[in-house]
Design a protein around this ligand. Structure first.
Ligand SMILES: [Zn+2]
Length: 253
């Protein structure tokens, strides 16, 4: 497996909140290739633009954000509030895995505030399991552009928004990664999502995207004894890698 990390999250700007710092450290310190995919182009994230207009704007912001981090960006072209576990999207994500060939995958917490996040988590979990199975996409009569993965990649769940489930119960990370050295790069990536400032103020009551991200990163940092951190849980079910590769490479707190 190559030294490649792929974040597959629901919406443009999710990676910027949840795992961009850790990805940036993998690039800067370990020379990994990093990739960011979103399930949707953020087509409902506006009160002024049509879905198609805001999707175009946000796809461009997703590209710009990923580029500022040193990552490649992909949009899987599902639609906001309609990310639903199913055969077609599962195959789409498995094909992305076979194309990018990550050894580490980041996705959303299985419990989160937004059902698009929870469905993404489920789809990515299923796709990481399916992508190495030859008969899943590569059975007789099927011609695919990319071979099945060599093995199931390491799968990590990012923190849910505000670190809680939909009952308000805390979801604590299994470990944290110090992102103090890359907090500016994470902020720069988030600043590329210009269209979301007005929308989040209106719909989520959030004044500053960057301040919200820094506040959350500082909350995890404080718990770990550093300025800024990101929290993760690793998928450790049967047949998934059991070693904490990210923790070993970057130091887990
Ligand atoms: Zn989201």
């Amino acid at each position: 497996m190559k030294n490649v990390a792929l974040a597959i999250l629901a919406h443009p700007d999710d990676a910027e909140f949840l795992c961009a710092g850790t990805m940036r450290r993998l690039l800067a310190e370990q020379k990994w290739d990093i990739h960011v995919a979103t399930m949707t182009p953020g087509d409902c994230g506006s009160a002024e633009h049509t879905p198609e207009q805001i999707a175009n704007i946000r796809r461009a912001e997703g590209h710009a954000g990923a580029e500022s981090l040193g990552a490649l960006y992909y949009c899987l072209e599902e639609r906001d509030l309609r990310v639903i576990y199913g055969e077609a999207v599962l195959e789409k994500v498995a094909r992305l895995l076979n194309r990018v060939r990550p050894s580490v995958v980041f996705t959303h917490s299985p419990d989160d505030y937004h059902l698009d996040h929870e469905q993404t988590s489920k789809i990515v979990r299923a796709a990481t399991f399916a992508a190495p199975i030859p008969n899943f996409l590569h059975g007789p009569g099927h011609r695919e552009s990319h071979e099945p993965l060599d093995r199931i990649p390491h799968l990590y769940y990012c923190d849910p928004l505000e670190g809680k489930d939909s009952f308000g119960q805390p979801i604590r990370p299994a470990f944290r990664i110090d992102i103090t050295s890359v907090i500016d790069a994470k902020a720069t990536m988030l600043e590329c999502h210009e269209s979301q400032r007005a929308w989040l103020r209106k719909h989520h009551g959030v004044d500053s995207l960057v301040e919200s991200m820094k506040d959350w990163s500082a909350t995890q940092g404080k718990a770990a004894g550093v300025a800024y951190a990101e929290g993760f849980r690793q998928h450790l079910g049967h047949s998934y890698p059991q070693d904490n590769l990210i923790g070993e490479l970057l130091g887990s707190l």
